[in-house]
Ligand binder design. Structure first.
Ligand code: HAM
Length: 451
């Protein structure tokens, strides 16, 4: 333990280790929650508009869900999962991504009897034991969507279009470049796999350890290795486009023509294969247009074989996910200001027991009217309370002492002007609404959701 790890001592003089979040795992503090809230609102709105319904799969699943779903040889499964045994010795894993769990739920709950396709979305934390750096965390949040039960290429484009709409809503569409590729069906990839094996034969020594391993398990993955020497070889490797069947090509051409129809600009990227094994046909990623593949903002694609692989019947599907932290980084880089609902409107300062008693009801009445109100219900002096009101940066402070209680009034202090005027207690709510403006009120009625 270094001195840095030791913060203080307890009452018996024992040193206490400084408590911190684990490496790569962070708190979401109130300021970032303003971004989170805004992004989630945009996502919910766009998904609802398109007929998606929300699903939450558990944070923990049986390890096989990911081994089978994502693929044993992927980095995610082989190196990055948080896996542990429960007390009965069963292997469980914190979910590293959302698709495998959604497909498990589709099968488990017989969703193939629902109207098809089933359109689901989720906003969830995920966990990957990756090397932490800016934009890459061990616990991160994704917005994801899965369309299960339909093979039409229009749905691949629908996924891309919804993501694109969100980028626009978030003010970052100009910063994002869409990369697309078509990697064919499992079957049509066999010939290409052979071509890749031939190409890499004799070049094994120039490959990184991971690629040498992947050569036997999934040679396609060699194409998107980030190691420079591997990238040089990948650029010269045979291209899948030359091995695509006419059906795959027709599918890809339709995807592109739908994107053109919607005016969505894309870059065809023959190297793009994605890091999860379940993909077939369309794959896509959203990159920072300047930075490129590092820290992609999102990605997805078609996964027509996954439902069957996980024990269901043959069912086509497509989906995508966006990383919320990466969206926030983009919004910050674009200087996007999110609306904040955290500002407090009114601070209530009081002195004496009688005043405090009156304040309890007044604070409640103000809050019920939609006025965000903080009451200093502690024992501080009036001066200390006013200093606190200043720190909250409230536009108005209400002051109530023994004299005001006796006279049935409250002093309303305009903090910017430093002026105050008395208002009868019975009039305080309408007066504050008048001063703040109806449009500033934070009104919420749970009843609204039933209408
Ligand atoms: P993915 O590309 O692994 O795809 O992750 C999607 C997005 O999650 C990434 O583009 C990135 O924004 C974010 N992300 C991933 N790892 C991290 C990390 N360590 N730190 C911060 N953000 C991260 C999937 O997960 C697929 N399930 C997407 C999908 C849904 N495909 C079909 N349906």
């Amino acid at each position: 333990m270094s001195d840095d790890d030791v913060k203080s001592a307890d009452s018996s003089g024992n040193k206490i280790q400084k408590m911190q979040t684990p490496n790569g795992i962070h708190d979401i503090l109130p300021k970032d929650h303003e971004f989170f809230t805004f992004i989630k609102k945009v996502a919910r709105h766009r998904f609802r508009q398109a007929g998606f319904r929300r699903i939450t799969t558990p944070v923990i699943e049986h390890t096989e869900v990911f081994q089978r779903g994502v693929g044993e040889d992927t980095d995610i499964v082989s190196k990055e999962m948080y896996t542990f045994e429960d007390r009965s010795g069963r292997s469980l894993t914190l979910k590293p991504e959302g698709t495998a769990g959604a497909v498990r739920a589709y099968i488990q709950h017989g969703m193939k009897e629902w109207p098809q396709p089933v359109e689901l979305y989720y906003i969830e934390p995920h966990f990957r034991y990756d090397r932490p750096q800016k934009g890459r965390y061990r616990m991160f949040w994704q917005i994801g969507a899965e369309i299960i039960g339909e093979s039409d290429p229009a749905l691949d484009v629908q996924c891309i279009f919804i993501a694109y709409k969100m980028f626009k809503d978030l003010g970052i569409d100009k910063r994002i470049s869409l990369q697309i590729n078509n990697i064919g069906s499992q079957k049509s990839r066999e010939k290409y796999r052979e071509a890749l094996l031939n190409y890499y034969s004799g070049k094994e020594r120039s490959l990184c350890d991971d690629c040498r391993r992947r050569l036997s398990s999934n040679p396609l993955r060699l194409l998107d290795c980030k190691v420079e020497d591997c990238q040089i070889l990948a650029r010269l490797a045979p291209q899948f486009a030359d091995y695509r069947t006419p059906e795959d090509q027709a599918f890809h051409d339709l995807v592109k023509s739908f994107l053109d129809e919607l005016g969505i600009v894309y870059t065809e990227n023959p190297q793009l294969v994605r890091g999860l094994d379940y993909y077939t046909q369309t794959v896509f990623e959203f990159w920072d247009s300047e930075v490129g593949s590092q820290n992609a903002v999102g990605g997805g694609g078609r996964y027509d074989g996954l439902v069957e692989l996980m024990g269901g019947s043959e069912t086509p599907a497509v989906g995508f996910a966006l990383g919320i932290e990466r969206l926030i980084n983009q919004m910050k880089a674009a200087n996007v200001n999110v609306p904040s609902k955290d500002e407090v409107h009114v601070f209530v300062a009081q002195l004496g027991d009688e005043a405090k008693k009156k304040c309890l009801r007044i604070i409640d009445n103000l809050r019920e009217a939609g006025i965000r109100t903080v009451g200093a219900l502690g024992k501080g002096s009036m001066k200390a309370q006013l200093r606190l009101a200043d720190k909250f940066q409230v536009p108005y402070c209400l002051i109530l002492g023994a004299t005001e209680v006796r006279d049935g009034v409250i002093l309303v202090r305009d903090m910017a002007k430093g002026q105050q005027h008395p208002v009868p207690m019975t009039e305080i709510v309408p007066e504050m609404i008048r001063l703040l403006g109806e449009d500033k009120l934070d009104r919420y009625s749970p009843g609204e959701i039933f209408n």
